[in-house]
Design a protein around this ligand. Structure first.
Ligand code: ADE
Length: 219
């Protein structure tokens, strides 16, 4: 999978060069390229924003640099994503479907947004990461990329994927590691028993209890 990210703030993306996302790239499961939209501006000062026609607060990203940046990376099979609070809400199903694409292009809006003609011309899939407004599309892009990467074969183990929250409709059970006692709190005895059947039963019960307590809306 190739991912091209178009942004005015390439330096925001260092997160994708660490930990699991770093390994996913080193092992060639995923190839992420960050492109600076400003480099595509035809303005002599490389300006990429302007005042909205009709007035209103803040600045908008102009269409030309974004349009040319997309043209420079677009292939026949590319899917274009525009993270936006007006998009459909990100779900594990959406992330899983995106993970099956060959080429994704993310356009990161910033300031008050982008000129509507970018949406009308390029018809990107608009995806929201929640009902709140962020200052730009950079964080949502990283959220979506991180979420879909976990569905790509070999990025994380199949076991982690099938046991995690939401994979079977419930939240994941609580987990513990060493030491056995921390600040007086002990690891549940069953986890130390070596009895795999009992451990699986306990985890299932905990998973249901946790979902009822914390996210009754999922039941
Ligand atoms: N850009 C700004 N806010 C956003 C959100 N909630 N989801 C996706 N993109 C955004």
């Amino acid at each position: 999978m190739i991912i091209d990210i178009l942004t005015l703030f390439p330096e925001s993306f260092s997160y994708l060069s660490s930990s699991i996302m770093k390994r996913a790239q080193e092992t060639e499961k995923i190839d992420i390229n960050i492109h600076d939209i400003r480099q595509f501006s035809q303005d002599k000062h490389k300006k990429c924003d302007d005042y909205p026609f009709g007035g209103g607060a803040g600045m908008l990203m102009t269409a030309q640099p974004i349009y040319d940046a997309v043209k420079s990376v677009r292939k026949e099979n590319s899917k274009i994503i525009f993270p936006s609070p007006v998009g459909k809400m990100l779900t594990p199903e959406i992330a899983k479907n995106l993970s099956k694409e060959n080429h994704l292009i993310f356009i990161c809006g910033h300031y008050e947004g982008v000129d509507q003609r970018i949406i009308d011309l390029l018809k990107p899939e608009e995806i929201s990461i929640g009902d709140y407004v962020l200052t730009g599309g950079e964080l949502p892009t990283m959220v979506i990329v991180d979420c879909l990467a976990r569905f790509i074969d070999g990025v994380i183990t199949q076991e982690s994927l099938s046991e995690e929250s939401f994979s079977c409709g419930n939240l994941e059970y609580p987990q513990y590691t060493r030491p056995q006692i921390f600040e007086g709190l002990e690891v549940p005895e069953v986890l130390l028993s070596g009895n795999h059947q009992e451990i699986a039963k306990w985890r299932k019960e905990q998973s249901i209890k946790r979902t009822k307590d914390k996210r009754p809306d999922l039941i």
